[in-house]
Design a protein around this ligand. Structure first.
Ligand code: SDX
Length: 436
């Protein structure tokens, strides 16, 4: 029997099939031929939440969950976080190679000179209540860019795709800062092209009446590192949304707004905000054992712990923890750090978490840094969305160019009733509230 094949016997028909194994996978469509009679549609594969389904081929990010390995285009995340700037890594993720000095200078110039927002965006932002959560404000404003750049619909044109990608990467910090200033009731701050990507973001966030904003270099570099760590993570929930919406050939602003919506969920990018709320709820190291007991009794989850892929440590968490110490050297130490570290120590010794391979993930320590920098928890997922926009766009670009891809349209197992007789409204039984 040829190697790299799977032999399947359908015991309903006694027929045997030999399927090719390619890249550690078999094609789901190869099971459709296994039918139990002329009327049978053929076998499908049932995989809720895509636990064991590869949806695409990608060369952007490699993760080894058992060994705690994360690489962007083959470069270890630890090296990139130490030696690169965020825009340098963004170039790598988007184009597949680290830029030369000349290429980087050109790339930085292109992004820097696209940070301005159309003035209508300010009016759009003004429409939100002052106390609106910045994440839905950001998502809405990302989608609104589709009205400013209607040419973005031409997703088949590579040069047009590149122009829109530059625009969105450049404008994410501007929109994020605008939502932050709107919450505070402060006037918006325009971009300053003398500053780099993270310094300019800090300028748009925190400049008050001084003639020129001067970013603290330690905090600017910490943000740059955090942006590098959050830039992409292969087929996570929000990237899956980006690819699915992109497969319908929607424009990249609407696709990225959809992805950002997914990121806002507390099980995904919204976890960093929930970690801080959890640490506030715990309140002290003395209260940790009771809290852990509550989690083990099934009441809630330890936010910032666990991962679908990492069954060992999340390599990003280690780098973030180290960066946190550098930030706390500049700001006052976040008093929640002690609770977080003790919570991690206790959890990593507890059979419940060890058995389930639950380790701190990227969201566990990042919020402590953001809070020490002065961000409210509501801003944390916005800070995740800014760099992840690079990953979403790179994955979208790969999807659009992939000749194997079509519009995403999963099948289902139908569990409802069939061919029911219609009942005129006068004859329908009067009953209580509809049951969800
Ligand atoms: C991100 O996918 C990515 O790459 C995402 C991300 C990225 O960069 O894009 O890495 C970013 O989203 C990180 C994850 C942030 N979310 C959280 O920190 C929320 C808390 N974590 C959990 O909700 C959970 O761990 C997930 C969602 C991250 C992963 O969930 P899975 O893979 O679906 O695992 P599961 O829910 O099936 O859990 C398996 C078991 C269950 O117990 P049993 O039913 O077997 O008894 O582990 C338990 C779960 O109850 N469990 C937890 C837990 N996470 C899982 N128990 C307590 N606390 C937790 N955090």
């Amino acid at each position: 029997m040829a190697q790299n094949t799977l032999t399947v016997t359908d015991n309903r028909t006694d027929r045997t099939f030999t399927l090719p194994i390619e890249d550690g996978t078999v094609r789901a469509m190869d099971f459709r031929q296994m039918r139990n009679g002329e009327e049978d549609f053929g076998l499908m594969l049932y995989d809720p939440a895509f636990m064991n389904t590869a949806s695409c081929r990608s060369s952007i990010t490699y993760i080894d969950g058992d060994r705690g390995i994360l690489e962007y285009r083959g470069y270890p995340i630890e090296v990139l976080a130490e030696k690169c700037t965020f825009l340098e890594v963004a170039y790598l993720i988007l184009f597949g190679e680290l830029p030369s000095a000349q290429q980087l200078d050109r790339w930085v110039y292109e992004i820097t000179h696209r940070t301005m927002l159309n003035e209508t965006t300010k009016k759009f932002m003004e429409g939100f209540r002052y106390d609106s959560h910045p994440m839905p404000m950001l998502v809405s404003t990302m989608a609104a860019l589709s009205t400013v750049y209607p040419d973005a619909r031409d997703v088949r044109d590579p040069q047009n795709r590149l122009l829109q990608m530059k625009r969105l990467i450049a404008k994410m910090p501007s929109m994020a800062a605008m939502s932050y200033r709107h919450n505070l009731g402060f006037p918006y701050v325009y971009p300053d092209n003398d500053l780099n990507y993270t310094e300019n973001f800090m300028n748009m966030l925190w400049k008050m009446v001084e003639p020129k904003y001067a970013a603290n270099p330690v905090l600017a570099r910490a943000l740059d590192i955090l942006f590098i760590l959050h830039a992409d993570h292969e087929q996570n929930c929000s990237t899956n949304v980006m690819r699915s919406v992109g497969s319908a050939q929607a424009d990249p602003y609407l696709a990225a707004a959809s992805a950002a919506s997914a990121l806002s969920g507390p099980l995904h990018g919204g976890a960093n905000e929930q970690v801080i709320r959890m640490l506030d709820e715990i309140g002290s190291t003395a209260a940790i054992p009771d809290y852990i007991r509550k989690i083990k009794d099934g009441h809630g989850k330890l936010m910032g712990f666990g991962h679908r892929v990492y069954k060992n440590h999340d390599p990003r968490a280690k780098i973030i923890k180290r960066t946190a110490m550098e930030v706390f050297g500049v700001t006052r130490q976040n008093p929640k750090l002690e609770i977080a570290m003790e919570l991690e120590r206790i959890a990593l010794e507890d059979e419940y978490f060890v058995k389930r391979k639950l380790y701190p993930n990227v969201d566990f320590y990042s919020g402590l840094i953001y809070q020490a920098m002065g961000f409210k928890p509501e801003m944390f997922t916005v800070l995740f969305a800014i760099p992840r926009t690079v990953g979403w766009l790179a994955q979208w670009q790969e999807l659009v160019q992939d000749t194997e891809q079509k519009i995403a349209r999963p099948r289902q197992i139908y569990t409802g009733q069939r061919k029911r007789s219609f009942v005129p409204i006068a004859e329908r039984a009067v009953d209580g509230e509809p049951k969800l």
